[in-house]
Design a protein. Sequence first.
Length: 76
Amino acid sequence: MKNRIKKLRARYDLTQEELAKKVGVRRETIVFLEQGKYNPSLKLAHDVAKVFHSRIEDVFIFEDQSSPDEYGCYEE
């Protein structure tokens, strides 16, 4: 999973430490998120998106090669 956290932090003039405090995690968690070494829980993804006044899917990019069917479902 990729993300736009670093770019959004710059736009909102937030340090990793400031973002971490706003979402209730350690700075290292933000570092790992930005590096793509950690996939956030749904709650953390929601909290991060909320800080940036964005939707989760605007912050986090899922790298799924498959396409949804006519009902929006993915094959397993």
